[in-house]
Write a new protein. Structure first.
Lengths: 639, 639
């Protein structure tokens, strides 16, 4: 097996890379296949040529009202005082809206404006103007009129107009075909059995869905293992069968990253490495006259690189203008630091709090798929910028609709599984209301509340002096605000341990044993406050604990670390331990509550949340998790 | 045959009608069918329940960098000065990004930071922190974590995350089925032969496409003629087969409008008649526990009524929030008057001229399909309002993307077929640039230019004193602006006559013959100025001409009126006469030019337009129309 490393990637600015590569692709003159389809099946397809109406619509003079068709010249002189009588079939004819006005008739009088004397005679009280209440030939569409241009994406109203203009068929571009090749010896299909060291193929499936949204046809090839010749074979086959090919991954410079060498052998690598983060190790190549893009493997890098390069290429192949993202202006809730080396793409949570749109940066790891799922938008930090201070007004590209963002309750604070369930139940009961959570710990939640960055803050903070939960902290930090406490759950905190407790841990005291490794929560988390309280009670120094410095931001992440064997124990809630099949030693019951401003209690979103909290179905779900008390749920305490 | 009239419709405000009807539909508890689909096929479908990760991702501790796996504790003390040597397979192992970190290793050092001494030994220069450059189990997704809520429309990133969380299948709602019944004895299919008095079925096909865009499955039934029992039968069948049924039309109160009576017999009519324009005669009914909506027949009324009632119903059936229209703020270019009786929906052309978004109202006829095709947005005038003055800032609901609107050249002025061709050619050559035209005549164009409402104004105005075209008018009306004239075409104006010229018309003089009927252009049209000039030369009074008062806004509309037999002749351009197969008596050659501000000559959109004007393919198309001179096309005259 060939082993080598391409340590050197270029660091070309994104715009420059796009311009260079796309202008190379432009001169390839990629041929576009066309087809003729019935107009009724042409929705969302793109016209090849302009289309002019074959006939006028209406193609006859039509009544615009229900009434009688008359000869205008014969009605002159009719008034309220001197009504005029007209005889059926010689002086007038009854006609319905849309009816054909035949000679000699040239005006319509509305049914409301006549009086029927008997079945043959009517009286009118006003003269009719020539052509009144008649839709003349071509009023709707005139023969020869341009209905749609070339390169026009056909909409429902266009279909209506084309048919009205007597167009039956339309020549459109066929959708381009995009080949997607997943590579990697560690990649398996979701249907295969999972073992350590294996990763489920997910990027190529995400790409296939993105390609469908770009209005093209994805073809996903089977996973290719990291072997030079197999990759080469598959790329050549895909180039044959598609107008554009995507290889994922192997685009970086590791010893198993063959993609760039393969593409160099069978084609030309125009660019390898772009100055964006995430997304850097992209390959932009041309093979046998067709564009081939090598996309990095980390899900978030993969997503962005795909948007940077594949989306515009598909738009080109599709004869459609590239859809620009919708943006909105928002204020950063905290400082964002960025390297001068890259243009950086930061996932953002948005929330409209007190009529101010707040942008909160999410985790930045290239591998954190869930940060993409949770993101409402993206903030682009230019290559020349070191980032932005908190409070700066920035422009955010939207990943969700403005409507959804405006109807989202923003929660910043402590994490608990009951919050996930609440988010789900709320949206289930109130289809147009959403709950989004950022997990920054209880103290982080209080600070967010103080700065007006969230609607609610879930907290569980023990006042070690009074033994009281939450209220003391509100009084200490939020005494200038009108705050209310929504009682949520009592929950059982304790030591989560590997199943069977192989190290025989019995309590907090055992944490100082040198062979016991611990995994901690982040600074500001209520669970960490609780740990420190118990450590000081037992007079244990944090430096005596192996792993005290290793921080996770959720209970489930701590539980996962223990289940995965990288730590022996950690402090957390019963439900998380149970979900991961861990042993559990209870340490304390604590109050996990929601802070909210008193003003917000009138907000329809918060009222919906309160209603959901008391929903019996929801309470049943909490109780099924285990380790919770729900007897005070939904109670409001004005502080 | 039963003949009757339902003259009385209610006039209920739209919001009230929606609330009343939708709350009635809500309690029907329309059952939603679900299905289980592979995650990869779940794009755009809506989840039935919340979905939690089955396993963590990664489900092993993975290298986050290419490098070497080491035991952190064994690296302490390594510095630049005192490097540490590690032995392969006992002290370290080479590892690629994504590789499995096995015990006892617990840190990764990047490949760039080591020196390979030989094939067995490396040197490191810094100690490694515990877990550095390792993606711990669950970093991406933690087992049990909520990936998507219930009632969530699945996106590409969700598909990626679901697969990464080892979810293979997902339960989703089946798309609802919507039955569409076109009715009307005058309606024929586009495949049938056209005769006078017939109208091609286009609404139901437009509805089917709209239903697809709403993410549901349309079922279009064959056209039913206006017979009570046939309509009843078809509605009953459709109610059986679908979750929602739309009947079009027969919703009004004409003698053949059976829909409301049918729905009253087999179900309940909740509302008949809503206070909107267009859209008034809608029927909102419930038949056998399912919603049935009767939609009026005029295309524009049909479109809006469908959006008002069918779209929200489909969103309900679909468990999706109703998509709110995107809006933008714009300034009205002219006054819009509205009745206090209705909430009015005005089609709007938008254009960004001199950094100001200008909204120009389009024709308001309920039957004018092309006004919907051309519209960029919709202005809603509340029921209690009499309309808005010109210059008012209003909120416009968008029908096109902001991007398209910003890249559109706004043309206001005279109409010519070469403008239609130009619009097409420009967009063909420049995929992201659009040209939109409003036809208000040459003087209207000059006024729009004066008020800064358009980028270009096509004009052909004869100065009867100097015999000069256009320049004199610019000097008279636009002397305070820096204007340039882009020479466009010379064109042949003349009398358009019914083929064979049955009335033996030889010239302008014949227009005063009492048996000759004329069709005119609107006030402010250059063609009308030309007519009046020739009438005064021949000393003919306008009152002597039959039809002088009948106004059309385009050459093609005049030609269509003559071809349709409602007039004997009209003044217009050769190409229009030729397109409609009319005879033509030339009267004059005139200069049809484009006005533009000198400032705009630097605008990339206008530069693209100039390039397109000189495009040989485009010039060929103009010449193929006949009646044009193109020798000065694209020449710029600074005035």
């Amino acid at each position: 097996m060939k082993e080598k490393r391409n340590i050197y990637l270029t660091n070309i600015p994104l715009k420059e890379a796009q311009e260079t590569y796309f202008s190379r692709v432009d001169i390839l003159n990629l041929n576009s296949e066309t087809e003729v389809v019935p107009v009724r099946e042409s929705l969302d397809k793109v016209s090849v040529s302009p289309i002019f109406a074959r006939k006028s619509s209406p193609n006859y003079n039509a009544a615009a009202m229900d009434g009688v068709a008359v000869v205008a010249a014969e009605t002159y002189g009719a008034t309220e005082i001197n009504p005029l009588r007209l005889k059926r079939n010689s002086g007038f004819e009854f006609i319905n809206t849309g009816g054909h006005i035949k000679e000699p008739y040239d005006a319509v009088i509305m049914i409301e404006d006549i009086v029927e004397i008997d079945k043959d005679w009517i009286e009118i009280y006003e003269s009719a103007n020539l052509w009144q209440h008649i839709r003349p030939i071509g009023e709707d569409i005139v023969e020869g009129e341009l209905i749609i241009s070339a390169n026009h994406q056909i909409r429902p109203v266009d279909i209506g107009a084309l048919l009205a203009g007597q167009i039956k068929e339309v020549e459109v571009y066929k959708l381009p075909r995009v080949g997607i090749i997943p590579t990697g010896s560690e990649i398996i299909d979701v249907s295969e059995e999972m073992t350590a060291g294996k990763i489920i193929e997910s990027n190529a499936s995400m790409f296939a869905a993105m390609i469908k949204q770009y209005q093209a046809i994805p073809k996903r090839y089977p996973v290719v293992v990291d072997e030079y010749n197999l990759i080469k074979e598959q790329v050549l086959k895909a180039v044959e069968e598609n107008q554009l090919v995507v290889v994922n991954a192997g685009s970086s410079a590791g010893s198993k990253d063959y993609t760039v060498d393969v593409l160099r052998e069978i084609g030309e690598v125009v660019i390898h490495g772009v100055a964006t983060k995430p997304g850097k190790p992209v390959i932009l190549a041309i093979v046998k006259g067709k564009p081939v893009v090598g996309i990095p493997g980390y899900p978030v890098s993969a997503y962005f690189t795909f948007e940077f390069f594949v989306k515009p290429l598909v738009a080109k192949l599709n004869h459609r203008p590239l859809q620009q993202p919708t943006t909105l202006r928002a204020y950063l809730s905290r400082r964002v630091v960025s390297s001068l080396k890259y243009e950086e793409y930061i996932r953002i949570k948005l929330g409209l709090v007190n009529d101010k749109m707040i942008a909160t940066p999410l985790e930045r790891g290239a591998g954190v798929t869930m940060s993409l799922v949770r993101a409402d938008g993206v903030l682009v930090i230019p290559q020349q910028s070191e980032g932005y201070e908190g409070g700066t007004e920035v422009e955010v590209q939207l990943l969700k609709s403005t409507n959804e963002i405006q109807n989202t309750i923003v929660s910043i604070g402590s994490h608990d599984l009951v919050m996930d369930l609440l988010s789900d139940q709320l949206h289930y009961n109130h289809n147009n209301i959403y709950l989004s959570s950022a997990h920054v710990g209880s103290l982080g939640g209080i600070m967010a509340m103080k700065k007006g960055e969230c609607h609610i803050a879930p907290v569980h903070l023990l006042d070690t002096v009074s033994g009281n939960y939450n209220e003391a902290y509100v009084k200490r930090y939020l005494n200038d605000q009108q705050i209310a406490l929504i009682k949520f759950v009592g929950r059982s905190q304790g030591l989560m341990l590997k199943g069977g407790n192989p190290k025989g841990i019995k309590g907090i005291k055992d944490l100082q044993r040198p062979e016991v490794t611990f995994v901690n929560r982040q600074r500001g988390a209520g669970t960490r406050v609780l740990l420190d309280y118990h450590l000081s009670k037992e007079e244990i120094e944090s430096s005596q604990i192996q792993g005290y410095e290793r921080e996770m931001t959720t209970h489930m992440a701590v539980a996962a670390a223990i289940a995965g064997g990288t730590a022996d124990c950690g402090l957390g809630i019963y439900s998380a331990a149970k979900a991961m099949g861990l042993d559990f030693i209870p340490i304390a019951w604590e109050d996990y509550d929601l802070l909210v401003t008193q003003e917000a209690l009138k907000d329809v979103k918060i009222l919906s949340l309160l209603e959901t909290l008391k929903n019996t179905e929801y309470i049943k779900k909490i109780e099924a998790l285990g380790g919770y008390k729900t007897d005070r749920i939904g109670e409001i305490i004005i502080l």
